[in-house]
Design a protein around this ligand. Structure first.
Ligand SMILES: C[S@@+](CC[C@H](N)C(=O)[O-])C[C@H]1O[C@@H](n2cnc3c(N)ncnc32)[C@H](O)[C@@H]1O
Length: 286
């Protein structure tokens, strides 16, 4: 690896705290190597890296069904369905499911799995922000904190599209992360060399750097990756954490009203101080 002055200058630029929600490398989800690593992470039943572990998914699906939130015959949209771990469990309960995800690799896997198992699920490879439905769904689910990854502007346009996609009595069911969770995890400041690894198929150096924006309840996990040809790429995972009050305010502005809350989608009773807030919101406007 040749760390020439240009390489060091690029790394130094990325080491400065960036403005809120400044994007990193945009082709993250469809990178030919990273998307394979990501799919493996989704499918690992024992950890919570990209999808929750199998035991938790089963509990959440059980709760969504036993609480009556999702009922036989409901038309359900799974936003950010990944490889279809929730959709392929829920379809057995007689729901009509559409799964949407930006990752072509996850959607290909989900389609193949559904075909192999004879599951009738519609999957679309689409950016949430291009959602194009009008009054079609009884319930929209968005699971594992995806709403926390958006800037205020993107979140507003996503909630507008979700509102339009739901029927009048339709409901949005989702979870967001809290600052209590971030503070437990702490800022990740570390480096390692890998061959291969999550980010690259060849030898590479990873500089992980966390930035906190406490006045905005925002947190950035940044990864600067330097490959063996000294190419520098920055990947950024932004997280906007919420309290019950702040998420309620956002929803009210977008014509939703909170109907139910838990500490997680498995149905744990809501208490302040949890890592997650799980929410059911109904529409207040047409
Ligand atoms: C944390 S994962 C959760 C996946 C799934 N809900 C689960 O719990 O197994 C977030 C998912 O959202 C998808 N995603 C991220 N940004 C997206 C976007 N703009 N449009 C559509 N899908 C997106 C990712 O590809 C990923 O599958």
């Amino acid at each position: 690896m040749n760390l020439n002055p240009d390489t060091l200058a690029t790394i130094s630029k990325y080491a400065l705290k960036p403005p809120l929600f400044e994007p990193g490398e945009p082709h993250f989800w469809d990178d030919p190597h990273i998307s394979v690593s990501m799919l493996e992470a989704h499918l690992n039943p024992e950890h919570d890296a990209a999808s929750r572990r199998t035991e938790t998914i089963d509990k959440e699906v059980g709760h969504l069904l036993s609480s009556g939130l999702l009922k036989r015959g409901d038309r359900v949209l799974d936003l950010g369905c990944g490889p279809g771990l929730y959709a392929s469990r829920l379809v057995g309960a007689g729901l009509k499911i559409t799964g949407i995800d930006i990752s072509a690799r996850s959607i290909d896997y989900a389609r193949r799995y559904a075909q192999d198992k004879g599951l009738d699920i519609e999957y679309r490879c689409l950016d949430f922000l291009d959602l194009d439905y009008d009054s079609e769904f009884d319930v929209i689910i968005q699971i594992y904190g995806e709403l926390s990854t958006f800037s205020d502007g993107e979140r507003g346009s996503l909630l507008e599209k979700i509102h339009r996609a739901l029927k009048t009595e339709g409901r949005l069911v989702f979870d967001v992360s809290t600052r209590d969770q971030r503070l437990k995890e702490g800022l990740g400041n570390s480096w390692y060399i890998s061959t291969p690894g999550f980010w690259c198929p060849g030898p590479h150096l990873v500089l992980q750097h966390g930035f906190d924006y406490p006045e905005h309840d925002v947190w950035l996990d940044q990864y600067i990756v330097v490959d063996d040809a000294a190419n520098v790429t920055v990947y950024r995972d932004w997280f906007h954490d919420y309290t019950l009050q702040s998420v309620q305010e956002v929803l009210e502005k977008m014509s939703f009203r909170v109907q139910q809350t838990w500490n997680d989608l498995g149905g744990a009773r809501f208490e302040e101080g949890g890592d997650w807030i799980a929410i059911v919101a109904g529409k207040t406007g047409p």
